[in-house]
Design a protein around this ligand. Structure first.
Ligand SMILES: NC(=O)C1=CN([C@@H]2O[C@H](COP(=O)(O)OP(=O)(O)OC[C@H]3O[C@@H](n4cnc5c(N)ncnc54)[C@H](OP(=O)(O)O)[C@@H]3O)[C@@H](O)[C@H]2O)C=CC1
Ligand SMILES: Cc1cn([C@H]2C[C@H](O)[C@@H](COP(=O)(O)OP(=O)(O)O[C@H]3O[C@@H](C)C(=O)[C@@H](O)[C@H]3O)O2)c(=O)[nH]c1=O
Ligand SMILES: [Mg+2]
Length: 306
């Protein structure tokens, strides 16, 4: 079982960073930094911070994640998602540290009909996807010890995400229109954080590489929205919480063409988790189950705070 002395965690205020922080305490001393303490758009600053901290494990969930905005801000997206991971890898190599990095289903073009494996060809459709792919390649070129976890459709009780957007919109509006022809796997921040900890416990220096780390099963964004509203409705009824204005009957499935956005998104971003599960001898939960525990947490939390 691997042990670590000092863990440098980036993006502490992001969804995944926030979920990782408490769970990492069991592995070693955690130095958790936000954007003001470690700005990934500044290469020299990254080098200084890593050299001062001297970690033997670097975990990098920080990223430029505004998919549509990236289309008009490609330089910044590439600096944070493409260049910074390579610099972290160079510094990790000098310290003989392990770098854990996160990437995305948007590295694929979505033309495959079955789940993508780690051996499938990438072909990003968006600046965000291309910048994340550049980050993967930069890390691989350096040759430091690394684990790159490609995940998808990330949501949690904390932060900015599709689940929270849907719950907000469903509380405000009588009906919602949601894209029903893009398929993938919603993945909870808790599942990502737990799976990361499991992989780190199992790390023995031989498992370097790219892994698909998502909750199992698949749905469309429309299917995801329906399940969010259905599950929240159930819990809200039990706990006497305010009802949503939009119920499952008035969540309408639409096509991608009917919801124009600056960035193109893959029609299929299902990813096979076989490599992750067999390498790290663990299971990943079905997405509906992971959603259930997140929605339950959210409902409990909102009861405690009102
Ligand atoms: N969200 C999703 O649906 C998916 C995410 N991923 C990947 O998973 C990882 C985690 O994503 P997630 O937690 O959702 O992302 P979030 O957008 O929730 O968090 C990203 C964090 O990165 C920080 N950040 C942005 N720019 C900089 C910078 N210049 N320097 C330092 N920090 C910066 C943000 O800081 P601040 O809080 O100050 O804005 C934020 O805290 C990322 O690599 C992402 O690409 C993969 C698939 C799906
Ligand atoms: C809010 C809303 C979204 N949509 C659609 C737009 C889009 O196709 C889909 C999801 O919307 P989002 O804005 O959450 O999508 P997006 O920001 O593209 O989500 C992506 O984020 C990056 C960081 C990733 O890495 C991906 O895995 C993925 O999670 O739902 C609707 O159809 N109706 C709506 O009311
Ligand atoms: Mg988004």
């Amino acid at each position: 079982m691997a042990t670590f002395n000092k863990i440098l965690l980036t993006g502490i205020n992001g969804q995944v960073g926030h979920a990782l922080y408490p769970k990492l305490q069991s592995l070693g001393e955690v130095v958790a930094l936000d954007r003001s303490q470690l700005d990934l758009s500044k290469p020299d600053h990254i080098r200084d911070v890593v050299r001062q901290t001297k970690p033997d494990l670097i975990i990098n969930p920080a990223a430029y994640t505004a998919v549509d905005k990236a289309e008009s801000e490609p330089e910044l997206a590439y600096a944070i998602n493409g260049t910074a991971p390579g610099i972290l890898a160079e510094e990790a190599a000098k310290l003989n540290a392990l770098l854990v990095h996160y990437s995305t289903d948007y590295v694929f073009d979505g033309t495959k009909t079955t789940p993508y494996t780690e051996l499938d060809e990438t072909n990003p459709l968006s600046v965000y996807g291309a910048s994340k792919l550049a980050g993967e390649k930069a890390i691989q070129e350096v040759g430091a010890n690394h684990l790159i976890f490609r995940t998808s459709w990330v949501y949690g009780a904390y932060g900015k995400n599709f689940m929270r957007t849907i719950l907000r919109l469903a509380a405000e509006r009588d009906s919602l229109n949601i894209v029903a022809d893009q398929f993938g796997a919603p993945t909870s921040t808790e599942s990502i954080a737990d799976a990361t900890i499991t992989a780190l416990h199992a790390w023995d220096g031989t498992q370097r590489g790219v892994y698909h780390l998502v909750n199992t099963g698949e749905t469309s964004w429309h299917g995801f929205a329906l399940e969010i509203i259905r599950q929240y409705g159930e819990i809200a009824q039990k706990k006497n919480l305010a009802k949503l204005k939009s119920t499952v009957e008035n969540v309408v499935g639409i096509t991608t063409a009917e919801y124009p956005t600056p960035a193109h998104r893959p029609a299929n971003s299902k990813m096979s988790t076989e490599k992750f599960m067999s390498t790290f001898k663990t299971e990943l939960a079905p997405w509906e189950l992971a959603l259930r525990s997140t929605v339950t947490h959210l409902a409990t939390f909102s009861v405690e705070n009102h």
